[in-house]
Design a binder for this molecule. Structure first.
Ligand code: DGY
Length: 434
């Protein structure tokens, strides 16, 4: 046990940068990523509170004037990554950060619940409370940004306009949307496939779609209202919205502890109620027994089950009946004896690919979310299985970015994929073991 934790600490220390932030993985991801930072801070908090704080502080320092927080902060120049700042050109937006170059898209809003967990790990320590007080308004402003600019139907659910905003970058869920598009063939040099086996990464044609959506956003100077009008990709994501709801709840808990802040509390509480009701109404699919994505552009649910489908547990959204149906779906489709929990896409579906990025493999951050969500609903045995499987995968195959969900023989098969010495796999192992 101690040996595994020490190895995890080493991964985090090695990926920590002089600028006070941590890269997800050397070579493949050489900058600061938004939701990675949140999970990474949770790992550091168990052995180095200053680094945990610094991780969040550097991320929030890159917040835009309108409250937006970018998905990548390009702290340094690195040519090992494509597309870099020169492609994204986020400074087209009039309120972009003047201090940092970044992308013009965001990632799941985890920072609220990360602040709450940091305070918990630090045992409600006064110093950490001061830190929370110094950062919480930035997270609150970010939630206002999301509700005021990305809730096109006025029902408390916010859109994402790019698959990279979902965090589940090349999920088979998006295939239906790609079929509605016909982007030009871009000429560019991939960098990711020089670090990782191309069989484990998205295809060239998928990248054409990714770049094309960015180009459309650029044509409109990253204006949210125009993006909502013109982007071919406009989706309500159960994962993104569940993270927002859970972070909202965390802000409510933290502001209540801090005292005062009545106006903020009543804003957050009214959004909270509305968002949960809409999530249940719009994203739950009773035939599948799971939450699914909703394609706003084509006005329909995208009926596939993925690990994102179960993240509403973490947000406390499903009622008892939905919760039971979800557990059944999880066990039947994802939880067979020969499998580790939890594959990122329905293993019984023909689009499932056990090796390719978000098209099937197990990710430790989704497992962490699922572990806490299942415990919240009293499914402790299933939660324990998610935790045990996560630790086993790392113990068998190392601190990889993602893993095969099929149980193989660790002596003969290498089932760890993507980047190696991956920060959130290390950070969340530490948090799960404490
Ligand atoms: C990548 O480059 O695959 C990143 O995950 C995008 O955020």
């Amino acid at each position: 046990r101690e040996q595994l934790i020490n190895r995890a600490i080493k991964v985090l220390e090695d990926n920590y940068q002089p600028g006070g932030f941590t890269i997800p993985s050397e070579g493949l991801y050489p900058f600061q990523w938004k939701w990675d930072s949140g999970f990474i801070a949770l790992g550091f908090a168990h052995f180095d509170l200053e680094k945990a704080k610094s991780e969040i502080k550097t991320l929030l320092d890159a917040q835009w004037e309108n409250g937006f927080i970018p998905h990548i902060v390009f702290h340094t120049d690195s040519d090992s990554y494509f597309p870099g700042p020169d492609f994204h050109q986020s400074d087209l937006h009039p309120q972009a950060s003047e201090k940092y170059r970044s992308t013009g898209m965001t990632q799941p809003p985890v920072t609220g619940f990360v602040l709450e967990r940091l305070l918990e790990i630090a045992n409600e320590d006064g110093d950490m409370m001061e830190f929370v007080k110094s950062q919480i308004d930035k997270v609150y402003t970010n939630h206002i940004y999301l509700y005021e600019n990305r809730d096109v139907e006025g029902n408390g659910l916010v859109y994402i306009y790019h698959n990279w905003e979902s965090g589940t970058d090349n999920s088979p869920i998006w295939d239906d949307i790609w079929e509605t598009m016909d982007p030009p063939e871009y000429q560019f040099e991939r960098r990711d496939t020089s670090h990782v086996d191309p069989a484990q990464r998205p295809s060239k044609r998928e990248y054409d779609h990714y770049l094309y959506i960015i180009d459309i956003a650029k044509q409109h100077n990253y204006d949210d209202a125009k993006i909502a009008e013109h982007s071919p990709f406009l989706v309500l994501d159960p994962l993104f919205n569940s993270m927002l709801i859970r972070s909202n709840e965390a802000l409510i808990n933290l502001y209540t502890k801090i005292g005062g802040n009545e106006e903020k509390l009543s804003y957050l509480k009214s959004k909270q109620e509305q968002s949960i009701a809409s999530l249940n109404e719009k994203l739950y699919n009773s035939t599948l027994g799971a939450y699914v994505h909703f394609d706003l552009r084509n006005n329909k649910q995208i009926p596939y089950v993925s690990s994102s489908s179960f993240t509403p547990f973490f947000a406390g959204a499903p009622d008892k009946e939905k919760a039971e149906a979800m557990v059944n779906t999880l066990q039947q489709k994802f939880g067979g004896e020969g499998r580790y929990l939890c594959a990122s896409f329905d293993p019984t579906h023909d689009r499932f690919n056990p090796r390719k990025y978000w098209r099937g493999p197990v990710w430790i951050n989704l497992n962490w979310i699922l572990f806490h969500g299942l415990n919240r609903y009293g499914y402790h045995d299933l939660a324990d299985r998610v935790k045990t499987d996560s630790l086993k995968l790392i113990e068998n195959y190392g601190f990889h970015e993602y893993f095969d969900s099929r149980k193989t023989n660790p002596d003969t098969d290498n089932s760890g994929y993507g980047g190696d010495n991956f920060s959130w796999s290390a950070a969340l192992l530490i948090d799960l073991m404490n």
